[in-house]
Design a binder for this molecule. Structure first.
Ligand code: DGL
Length: 266
């Protein structure tokens, strides 16, 4: 494997751009190929079989682009699709669940941990399992909060409606006195402010993107695959729907230049 090959990152849509940003920050010399499956988003209400099929199609596409590692930025795909990808693809495949769970365990003091995500992620039990596998005597409260995704995509990250929805969804977590909350969906970091104001300042919010980027660095170091050419990285974006909409909506959400976007139809 050539060390100068790119890292492949995929998500059901735009939310995984937070992972692109975190990876690029910590690994500025690594080329990245990102695919946002905007034609088939959301994954969060689909079956395991469907999410596995989508994840495999995208991973095969990334392998054809000669990636040296695959990062599954989508929480729903990390919960339902990643095992199928790991069985087939003989490359390091990183997902968000492990890094998110480990970061939560490092932060919690009272061992009451909350997890929010799409229905697919919460019902899969992936975060609950990762937390139990790595920690003891935990009280885990997992709540599906699916309406947050369309609210973020609508650009209502700061609106009173989002706050009201958050108050309803997060009530049980507040009652149970969690001290750490895993934001188990790519879109939730965009409404961190609202979630934090509802939960209170003393609840730590875990955004897996930074933890995942740290694990990507460690994996590349361990496998001697770090790109040390010193050259400036290129980031190529692919979307399965319109590149124009991808660029417009993406740049509204995150401070990245998405001009370099092509369409890929499966
Ligand atoms: N990317 C998805 C996730 O992190 C959220 C959007 C969707 O449902 O596809 O779970």
């Amino acid at each position: 494997m050539n060390k100068n090959n790119p890292i492949g990152i995929f998500d059901s849509g735009l939310g995984g751009l937070t992972v692109v940003k975190a990876v690029h920050k910590i690994l500025p010399s690594e080329d990245i190929i990102y695919l946002g499956d905007t034609a088939r988003v959301p994954y969060g209400n689909k079956s395991r079989e469907t999410v596995e099929r989508y994840s495999l199609e995208i991973s095969r596409f990334l392998v054809d682009k000669n990636v040296k590692m695959i990062i599954v930025a989508c929480n729903s795909a990390s919960s339902l699709g990643i095992d199928a990808v790991r069985r087939e693809i003989k490359l390091p495949v990183l997902g968000v669940i492990g890094p998110g769970a480990r970061t939560a365990l490092k932060n919690t003091k009272n061992k009451n941990i909350g997890v929010i995500g799409t229905r697919a992620t919460i019902n899969s039990g992936a975060y609950q399992k990762a937390l139990k596998d790595n920690g003891n005597n935990l009280n885990i409260y997992a709540v599906p909060t699916p309406l947050f995704v369309p609210l973020v995509e609508e650009g209502w990250s700061d609106s009173p409606i989002t706050r009201e929805v958050a108050e309803v969804y997060l009530k049980e977590l507040k009652k149970n006195k969690i001290d750490t909350l895993i934001l188990g969906c790519t879109h939730y970091p965009f409404i961190k402010k609202v979630i934090s104001s509802v939960m209170g300042d003393d609840v730590i919010l875990v955004d897996s993107a930074d933890a995942l980027a740290g694990e990507a660095l460690q994996t590349l170091q361990k496998t001697d695959q770090l790109n040390n050419s010193g050259s400036k990285a290129s980031i190529q974006y692919y979307t399965t729907d319109s590149p124009v909409i991808f660029k417009e909506t993406g740049e509204r959400l995150i401070d990245l230049d998405l001009s370099n976007t092509k369409q890929m139809i499966f």
